[in-house]
Structures are given as C-alpha cells and as structure tokens.
Write a protein that binds this ligand. Sequence first.
Ligand code: NAD
Length: 472
Amino acid sequence: MSNSPISFFEQVNRNFDKAAALTKHHPTLLNQIRECNSVYHMCFPLRRDDGTIEVIHGWRAEHSHHKLPTKGGIRYALDVNEDEVCALAALMTYKCAIVHVPFGGAKGGVCIDAKNYSVGELERITRRYTFELYRKNFIGPGVDVPAPDFGTGAREMSWIADTYQSLVNNEVDALACVTGKPVPFGGINGRTEATGLGIFFGVREACSISEDMKKLGLSTGIEGKRIVVQGLGNVGYHAAKFFCEAGAILIGVCEREGAIQSSTGINLEELMAHRKATGSIMSFPGTTSLPDSAAGLEIPCDILIPAALENVIHEGNVDRIKAKIIAEGANGPTTSAASEALFKRGVLVIPDAYINAGGVTVSYFEWLKNLSHVRFGRMEKRFEEQAFRRILRAIEESTETNFSQESIDRIARGADEKDLVYSGLEETMCRTYQKIRATALSFDGRADLRTASFVQAIDMIALCYTDMGIFP
Ligand code: NAD
C-alpha cells in the first residue's frame, strides 16, 4: 500500500483538476461539481454475542445531487473513514456520468472487519446503519440508493431493503431503495457478475483496436493474453472467469495471504476450490508462491487487473509494474503520480471510473425493474420467439429446406432478463470506451483515458447545472 501523504479524496480531485483544466467551464461551476455535498457520520452501540458493547462508526457521503437519486456501494472494512467515503462518492458521480447512468454519486461505509463478527452481529449492524440513514433522509428510491461493495453482498442488501420496507409502510417502490439484492427479493439476474463482466467487455473493446495494440506490442483479441488479478472477490473472480473463458491465461493471483504465479496458467475454479479447502491461495499445485502479496503486481503480464484495494500502484512500485494494460477493477488502485508515470511510459491504464462501472450500470437496470414492477423480457420474450419461428418457416418454404427441431429451438429464442442485462451492459461498456478514446485522441496526447473520462463526466454534469438554470 502507498504511504502517500495525499489523501484519497485529494487524489481524486487532482484527477478532476487535470481534466477541468482542459474544459472551458466557469471556475465556480467546477468548484460545485468537485465538492462533496453532504456527509453523515454516525456512531451507535452494538451488543456483541458475548454481551460486551462496542461503538460502531459508519458514514454515508452524497457527493453530488445534480441527478437524483444518488447511488453508491456500502463497504465494511477497517480503513473506512470520512475521506475515503467522500473520495469514493466522488468517483461514483463521475462514473455514473461517464456511462450515462442518471444518478448522482454516493458511498457508505462501516468501520469493521466483517470477518470478526457473527452473522447475527452483522445483521444488527446493517439494520441499525439503515435505520440511521433513514432517520437523516440518506436512503430511499428517489433519494439515495446503496449497493454492495468491499465486504458486503446480496445478504446485506436484503437486510437493508427489509429494514427500509418496514419503516416506510406501504411505499410501493420501497424495494428500489437498494440494489444488488437477491433475485427473489427484487434483485436482477446478472448483477452479481456485472462488474467483472463489464471489465471484460471494456478490455475486450480496447484490445480490438489494432492501432492501439500495435503500440503496446500486442496482437488484437483476448485469446492468449496473460493476465494477473489482485483480489479474488466479487469483482476479481468474475473478471478472471470471463477472461479465462475467452482464452486468456491467468498467470498470477494476489490475495491477502500472498501471491502465486505460473507461466503456464492457473485453473481458476481449481484455485477457488483450493482456497476454500485450505483458506489460502498459497501452495496451489503447479504455482510458485510469493509471500509478499504486492510483489504479485510486478509479474510481467499483458493485462493487470487490480480488483481489491485503493492506492496499490504508487510511486514506490510503479517503476516495477511491467503490465502493458492495467484495468482498474478496484476503485482508486493507482495514485495520481503513478498514473502519470504509467502514461509517460505508454502503459494503457483503463480507469476505474469507466472500467468498473458495470456494477452501477446493472444496478440502474435493477432500480428500473423495481420501479416498473416487471421483469425484463416478460412482455416480449414469447412474441420474439414466435416471430423468429415465423421467419424460419418462411425461409424453409422459400428455400425448400427443413431445419432440424434442435436448430429451430436454438435460433428461435426470445431474450430473457439475463440476455437483456448482458446486452445493455455490453452496449454501455463498448460504446463508452470508444467515446473516451475519441476524447483522449482529441487532446493530441495531452490526456490519458482517465483524464478524458473525467472531461466527459464534467461536461455532462455541467450541462445539468446549466439546464437547471443555476450557472450561466
Ligand atoms: P470483495 O470483498 O468481494 O473482494 C475483495 C477481495 O480482495 C477479497 O477476495 C479479499 O480477500 C481481497 N483482498 C483484501 N485485501 C487484499 C490485499 N491486501 N491484497 C490482495 N487482495 C486482497 O470486494 P469487491 O466487491 O470485489 O470489491 C473490490 C474492489 O472493487 C473495491 O475497490 C470496490 O470498491 C470495487 N468495486 C466493486 C464493485 C462491485 O460491484 N462489487 C463495483 C465497482 C467497484
């Protein structure tokens, strides 16, 4: 980890300032966009299972209200603090603007190591945290909509939804107060893997551009690319899975306990089973173990996916990072100084605010589903299927051929919810990459993809403020 004296929020703001300098917006408008609008710090007592009482600290930051609701995950980690939630909330604002998701940015956190608490204790913490948010109007379908992040998942989201529902009594849209819920409880198919899949779609798009790959000394396509992943949690595991399915070779993995590497490739599912059985990735057969987890980031590879923590690529190790492409699965894994050094060296850094936006994109779809009270695909699935059958029959008649029943069933299939979610995510990630790249090119080498994506976000948010008539 970095021991940079610059706070995380300041890192984000440095990136913002660099991009802001390339725009023509009024300085006061830029200031309004940059600041974090509201932060709520709460403390409440928790009775532990052994009868002792502990004081729990939690935060929720709403960075920008230019669009409502605000949106952002909740993390449970020991390094959660006010600066971190403000920084992450700011990143959410820019992320939503970059991928055209109509939300302001927010982030929440509780300062605990979830591993040290029983399920019952975690439920009490989550329900009390939700109650505190409700009391201060920091949660609601049109106000602020949390989601999972580091240390939280569908289970915590269902506790949040249930608590909120019990407080608001008869609010028909109550389930839209949080996303990332289990599917039977208002969740959406495809949300769990959305961030990892979004990373895959975004990197695949980047790797399809031969001009850019040539500069990196790489061929186009994902097949055969050597990847290293830091963090095998929700984001890292799913990203690794989609890359491996597309023919990439997983040559390194870093986790809390250390890192492993193998030039011939690591079988992801066997590694997950090994970790489950032994509690560690270390000593996985056929790999070399590196006791210093961070050293795994320095393994020479084509694509490095840091998907665990912030500030892991910093001035102290950036010269030793040998990846040609870095896809920032985690939020803020690269300090602003390291980012500049990588840009100068010609490393293609695909920034967090874009590349890990798959989660919030699919959260947006879940929120829409909750508000419309209908599953995606329910209305059109059968209609599409019958239309495809009619087309196939017309082809059979005009060509005097007969398709097998198996072919008909395979082709004449209406889209179900997961198909539509994947399709919406793919469209979002691919189209956005091309737009960011075009913006970067328009600055003649002065802007990397991060700066270009911030410029796009700033333009989009500035437009909202001017549309509201607040700024000229
Ligand atoms: P997670 O809790 O599911 O997984 C985190 C993983 O990182 C775990 O496997 C953990 O063991 C590992 N880890 C912890 N400390 C480590 C260390 N020092 N070195 C290496 N690995 C370590 O969390 P997640 O949801 O996958 O989130 C990971 C990152 O991605 C966070 O920065 C989060 O903000 C960001 N993110 C998550 C989502 C999402 O949809 N979950 C969306 C966008 C961004």
